[in-house]
Write a protein that binds this ligand. Structure first.
Ligand SMILES: Nc1nc2c(ncn2[C@@H]2O[C@H](COP(=O)(O)OP(=O)(O)OP(=O)(O)O)[C@@H](O)[C@H]2O)c(=O)[nH]1
Length: 300
C-alpha cells in the first residue's frame, strides 16, 4: 500500500500494576507478545507491542516508573517519568475497577490533566465487576480528567477490545509506518531480545553505569538450521565507559551476552546466536525520542 494512505502513531498505555495492561496489549496486537516487565526502572518508553488495523500501525508503549508504588507519591519522580515519556498520539489509562478507587489514581490523574494528548479511559475486567460500581467509578474519573472516550472492556475475554482498537486507529495521524511491513511479525521478538539484553546490562553493571546505556536491535534473522541470529548494539554515551562495559579482556560484555543469549534461547525455544557490539554515541543521552529509545528505525 502506498505510504500516503497509511497511518501510524504512538499509543501510551498507562495504569497501575495488575490493571491488565499486558493482557490488553496482547489482545490489541492479536498475538502473545512475550515482552515482560523490565526489572530496571527507567523513565524511558518501552515498547509493548505493535497493533495493526487495516492501513494503520499503532505502536503501543508504556512509561515505566510512573506507577511504582514506592515512588507513587513522589511527584518529582512522576513528572520526570512523564518528561521522559513520549508525546503520544493517544494515552490509554487502564483501570481495574475491582481493585482501584479514585483516590489511588489521583497522582496519575493529576499528571494526566496537564497532558495534551487525547486520552481514553479503559475500564478493564468488566467480566469480574458489577455494573453499578463500574459506572460510578467511570463517572468519578471522567469528572477529574477530560477523557475523549470511555471504554468498558475485558482484556481477558476480548470483550470490547475490537471497538477500542477501531477507535485508536481512527486517532492515529497519517504517515508512513515506522516498522516495515515484513518486520512487524518479528518486531516484538527483536525488541524483546533487546529488552532481555538491557536487563542483563543493568543487572551486571547497575552500579557502574546507571541508566546510561541502551540496547538497539540491529537485526533478527531466522537461520535455515532453525536457530536465530540476533545482532544488537550496546550504546553508551562516553568513551570512558567502554572499559566498564567491556571488562578485562572483554570478559564483561561476554558475560552479559552469554546471560542474555541463554535467557533468550529459553524464552524463544530456539538456539540463539547473539552478537553484541559496543557503540559510543555521545548524542545518545540527549536524544531520548521514542523511536531511538525503543530501537526503531524510521522507515521512509
Ligand atoms: N477477570 C479479568 N482478569 C484480567 C483481565 N485483564 C487482566 N486480568 C488479569 O489481571 C492480572 C494482571 O494482568 P496484567 O495484564 O499482567 O496486568 P499489567 O497491568 O500488565 O500488570 P504489570 O505488568 O504489573 O504492570 C492477570 O492475572 C490477568 O489475567 C480482565 O479483563 N478480566
Amino acid at each position: 500500500m502506498a505510504d500516503e494512505q497509511r497511518k501510524c502513531g504512538v499509543v501510551a498505555v498507562i495504569g497501575a500494576p495488575n490493571a491488565g495492561k499486558s493482557t490488553l496489549v496482547n489482545q490489541l496486537v492479536g498475538q502473545k507478545v512475550a515482552i515482560t516487565s523490565a526489572k530496571a526502572q527507567t523513565t524511558r518508553a518501552r515498547l509493548l507491542g505493535i497493533a495493526l488495523h487495516d492501513e494503520t500501525q499503532m505502536i503501543l508503549v508504556d512509561t515505566p516508573g510512573i506507577f511504582e508504588p514506592k515512588r507513587r507519591l513522589d511527584r518529582a519522580m512522576v513528572s520526570a517519568a512523564w518528561e521522559g515519556a513520549v508525546a503520544a498520539d493517544a494515552v490509554l489509562l487502564v483501570v481495574d475497577p475491582v481493585k482501584q478507587r479514585r483516590h489511588e489514581l489521583m497522582p496519575l490523574l493529576e499528571q494526566l490533566k496537564d497532558r495534551k494528548e487525547r486520552k481514553i479511559l479503559v475500564l478493564n475486567k468488566v467480566d469480574a465487576s458489577k455494573k453499578e460500581p463500574l459506572l460510578e467509578l467511570a463517572q468519578e474519573l471522567t469528572g477529574e480528567v477530560e477523557f475523549g472516550e470511555v471504554f468498558f472492556v475485558s482484556a481477558l475475554t476480548g470483550d470490547g477490545v475490537p471497538e477500542l482498537k477501531v477507535q485508536l486507529a481512527g486517532m492515529m495521524p497519517e504517515g508512513p509506518w515506522h516498522y516495515p511491513e515484513d518486520q512487524v511479525s518479528d518486531a516484538s521478538e527483536r525488541l524483546l531480545a533487546a529488552e532481555v539484553t538491557r536487563e542483563q546490562v543493568y543487572a551486571q553493571l547497575h552500579d557502574e553505569l546507571p541508566y546510561d546505556a541502551a540496547v538497539r536491535p540491529e537485526s533478527y534473522t531466522q537461520r535455515e538450521d532453525g536457530s536465530v541470529e540476533i545482532r544488537q548494539q550496546l550504546v553508551i554515551s562516553r568513551d570512558s565507559q567502554k572499559p566498564i562495559v567491556l571488562g578485562k579482556g572483554g570478559r564483561r560484555i561476554k558475560e552479559i551476552g552469554e546471560a542474555a543469549r541463554k535467557e533468550l534461547s529459553e524464552i524463544l525455544g530456539q538456539k540463539v546466536h547473539l552478537f553484541l557490539h559496543v557503540k559510543v554515541d555521545e548524542k545518545w543521552a540527549d536524544n531520548r525520542e521514542v523511536y531511538e529509545e525503543i530501537g526503531l528505525d524510521w522507515v521512509r
